[in-house]
Write a protein that binds this ligand. Structure first.
Ligand SMILES: [Zn+2]
Length: 257
């Protein structure tokens, strides 16, 4: 992870494990979409931040930020690490973890919108909290929803005569024969990735492997969404189903490059 050299912010004094200190390093600013203001706003912290010592090389910083307009308040948390003494004059630091608690008051600007936004958000949150299999569950859910919708439009059976579901992998293959939904750039390994989504969910990969596979799997899944919305006929049909095609493209073209 990239490190940055910063000016010493602990005043040259070690912050012992479990001890708190208020530090002044300037205000923390983050831009969010404020739900009360219904627009993008800057959220700003107070002058002092609360630091918790975790040893010589790590500290935790909590901050609460307010919308500059309506004063809606959210919380953020950083875990900061350093190879050398973090209380030094000019430590090399890196952000090891970052978490937001935006409650129902704000949303991330780069947050995905549209019919799958909730699932993408959940996948992303699970990933950021290092929940490998958890994040993959949501990706697979999106993949399944899209595939079944296309199956319905293309009149592909998804249930056997006895009313039981046809295995998803079989439906996917049939759907992909009629209408290529697996993006070309994944055509050689699209099924492979899908199998991996399943293996991870069924506990056949370690959490670490799952986390490593999150990004390629996210790109595959959003690529599938994009591929479906590119086709006029399907786009129209999807629109009739009540999906917002523009949102789908936004999701697919979003911050996954
Ligand atoms: Zn506001």
């Amino acid at each position: 992870m990239a490190t940055t050299q910063v000016e010493g912010f602990l005043g040259g004094q070690t912050l012992k494990w479990g001890k708190h200190r208020r530090i002044k390093i300037g205000k923390v600013l983050r831009n969010f979409h404020c739900r009360t203001c219904d627009t993008q706003r800057t959220f700003v912290s107070g002058d002092e931040l609360s630091c918790l010592g975790l040893g010589d090389n790590q500290i935790s910083i909590d901050a609460t930020l307010q919308c500059i307009e309506c004063r809606s308040s959210v919380e953020i948390w950083f875990l900061i690490g350093s190879n050398d003494d973090i209380s030094g004059v000019a430590p090399e630091v890196r952000i090891e973890r970052y978490t937001e608690n935006l409650r129902d008051r704000a949303d991330r600007i780069d947050g995905h919108r549209g019919p799958f936004s909730d699932l993408v958000k959940r996948a992303q949150l699970a990933y950021e909290n290092q929940l490998g299999a958890g994040s993959i569950v949501y990706l697979r859910k999106i993949f399944e929803l899209v595939t079944f919708e296309v199956a319905e439009i293309a009149e592909i059976e998804i249930k056997k005569n006895n009313g039981k579901n046809i295995p998803f992998a079989v439906v996917l293959e049939k759907v992909n024969e009629v209408r290529n939904i697996i993006p070309r750039r994944f055509s050689s390994n699209g099924y492979q990735l899908f199998r991996e989504l399943s293996d991870i969910i069924h506990g056949e990969s370690s959490e670490e492997e799952a986390l490593q596979k999150y990004r390629p799997c996210l790109q595959l899944v959003l690529g599938v969404v994009d591929e479906v919305s590119r086709d006029n006929e399907y786009a129209r049909a999807i629109e009739e189903l009540g999906w917002d095609v523009k949102s789908i493209s936004e999701i697919a073209g979003g911050s996954v490059a």
